[in-house]
Design a protein around this ligand. Structure first.
Ligand SMILES: *[C@@H]1O[C@H](CO)[C@@H](O)[C@H](O)[C@H]1NC(C)=O
Ligand SMILES: *[C@@H]1O[C@H](CO)[C@@H](O)[C@H](O)[C@H]1NC(C)=O
Ligand SMILES: *[C@@H]1O[C@H](CO)[C@@H](O)[C@H](O)[C@H]1NC(C)=O
Ligand SMILES: *[C@@H]1O[C@H](CO)[C@@H](O)[C@H](O)[C@H]1NC(C)=O
Length: 189
């Protein structure tokens, strides 16, 4: 009887709703960089309030194109939250910044929308990150396109930048992966 009820319940839930709900959320913990890192100056970004919203201004210190600038990314996890980070086998190998953005840009666009959260506009055709000062406001992490299953605890993405394959600097983005508060506030679809 119980089995049958569960089945009916599952069938009764529209597919869209199941896809839309992640069992976890990710909250900013810190954004740091090694000293004198280029090509970004992130020193005027702040995390604000209980919700740790990313806000402020940042600078792109020179025009970044796919030919001369490369990025690689490593991802670490720290379930115990004790600072003992373990490298995950899902790194992004070194590649042109624009090639990277074309492949993974949706992760950023899920969180940062031009005209809403930033005035930086990235043209994926010409694919140049123009030098300049930009704002970020009200940015939170949207995990809709992240893996379905994530280990709870601290998660750290490290982005390494290179100019003509010479290291320029690195940036750590640390987030906290937590159970998402259940949301029974079902909206009509
Ligand atoms: C970035 O993370 C790595 C790996 O956890 C750590 O060794 C390094 O000290 C961090 N750097 C900064 C600037 O936070
Ligand atoms: C958020 O950043 C914007 C743009 O730099 C700034 O105008 C605003 O004062 C910041 N808000 C807070 C609460 O710091
Ligand atoms: C994007 O760049 C291409 C090539 O330089 C250009 O033709 C196009 O107008 C640009 N699009 C926008 C929206 O700026
Ligand atoms: C900030 O973003 C959230 C959703 O990410 C939205 O609900 C809220 O209205 C925004 N606040 C401001 C001041 O733009």
């Amino acid at each position: 009887m119980l089995k049958y009820t569960v089945l009916v319940l599952l069938i009764g839930i529209p597919k869209l709703l199941l896809q839309a709900q992640m069992s976890y959320e990710a909250i900013f913990v810190s954004v740091t960089s090694e000293e004198n890192s280029k090509p970004f100056d992130l020193s005027n970004l702040r995390l604000i309030g209980r919700e740790r919203i990313l806000n402020g201004t940042f600078e792109i210190l020179e025009d970044l194109d796919d030919e001369h600038f490369q990025i690689s990314v490593e991802i670490y996890t720290n379930p115990a939250r004790d600072g003992n980070y373990k490298l995950l086998p899902m790194s992004v190998p070194r590649q042109g910044v624009c090639t990277f953005f074309k492949k993974y840009g949706f992760y950023f666009r899920d969180c940062i929308k031009n005209g809403i959260n930033t005035d930086l506009f990235l043209n994926t055709t010409s694919c140049l990150f123009p030098k300049g000062h930009y704002y970020l406001k009200n940015v939170t992490i949207n995990v809709q396109n992240w893996p379905k299953i994530m280990q709870r605890g601290l998660c750290r993405h490290i982005a390494f930048f290179y100019k003509n394959n010479v290291p320029m600097g690195s940036y750590n983005l640390t987030s906290s992966i937590e159970d998402r508060a259940p949301n029974f506030n079902l909206r009509p679809l």
